[in-house]
Write a protein that binds this ligand. Sequence first.
Ligand SMILES: Cc1cc2nc3c(=O)[nH]c(=O)nc-3n(C[C@H](O)[C@H](O)[C@H](O)COP(=O)(O)OP(=O)(O)OC[C@H]3O[C@@H](n4cnc5c(N)ncnc54)[C@H](O)[C@@H]3O)c2cc1C
Length: 329
Amino acid sequence: MDLEPDLQFEYVRAMAQLGAPDPANSNAIQNFGASLVRFGTQEQTSRFLPEMLSHERLWAQCFSEPEAGSDLAGLRTRAEPVADTDLLRIFGQKVWTSRAQYASWCYLLARTSPIDRDARHAGISLLIVDLHQSGVEVRPIRQITGVDEFCEVFFDGAVASRDQVIGELGDGWRISTHTLGQERSTRLAARSLQLSESVAALAGLLTDHGEAPFTSASVPEELVAGYCDSVVVEALVRRNIALADQPDRLTVSAAMGKLTWSEAAQRQASDAVRLLGPELLDSAHRRWWVDLLGSRAYSIYAGTSEIQRNIIARAAGLPSARETPGAPS
Ligand SMILES: Cc1cc2nc3c(=O)[nH]c(=O)nc-3n(C[C@H](O)[C@H](O)[C@H](O)COP(=O)(O)OP(=O)(O)OC[C@H]3O[C@@H](n4cnc5c(N)ncnc54)[C@H](O)[C@@H]3O)c2cc1C
């Protein structure tokens, strides 16, 4: 919408207040879209952006692999040039790929040069790949929430043309870092605003069940803490959205926002269950127990909390968890 960061945030707030869900194409619009605008060619942006926004085609993020999650640079999926053509042929496996079963396109990280032990981030490229072609198999995985939100994706000879590579061959690491910065900032806007909405909903529910009006001494500590968390997270996310054009500062600041949000949202989900007690067994209150189960994933996706702490520690000149003598590995 070409809005200034503050207005963009207000738009997200209005949507959250109306209870609107995340856009079904959030993988594209909120994560990858800004990277496409920044690093893609004119032809790529005019080809892919309109159908991302219109939701004509959904997108998936194919980064993580069975042996490469936190250690993403260890990825093994490879894209090999096909002789005498402008095609790359892809072999490998991705995992935890959210909503891949509904997606037509993915943005995929693959090795286009063999791994160099001294420069593991080099030789990785970012490609747009059509998921509806032979050589691609998508297998959904059922989660504890009862839905199969994410999938395994197998590539066995699927192709992408050279004009579907974003930036230069071998420049994928830099571009994916930008995409992850978006995932840990813009993408968190709606989720951060849902924290205050949940505090209000929880207070409303307790009122309905005769536990309110509260006096200043009887407001449950959990509600006060939840409200304070929501203010802190909102401030962090708002600042991170404003840093969108400063990738170097955004990486660390977005790690702080993601870490703070994950912990606050997990705390809120378990506090809600404790406050509501047996009410949760009622299917009318499904939202709260689904939140509790789903919240286990908050400190894993978009980079685990340990990885966010490592990013912050490195920026502060401190050792990371795995470099700390005596730290559990
Ligand atoms: C709901 C959900 C949706 C997801 N959607 C997608 C998606 O759409 N696309 C996609 O590509 N991926 C997706 N992921 C994958 C996610 O990015 C990875 O799960 C995450 O990066 C962690 O990788 P891993 O699962 O391989 O765990 P591992 O990297 O094996 O980590 C295992 C444990 O070791 C810790 N650890 C690892 N390395 C270090 C270190 N250096 N220092 C300290 N501790 C460390 C981790 O913090 C974690 O606790 C999704 C995950 C979930 C849960």
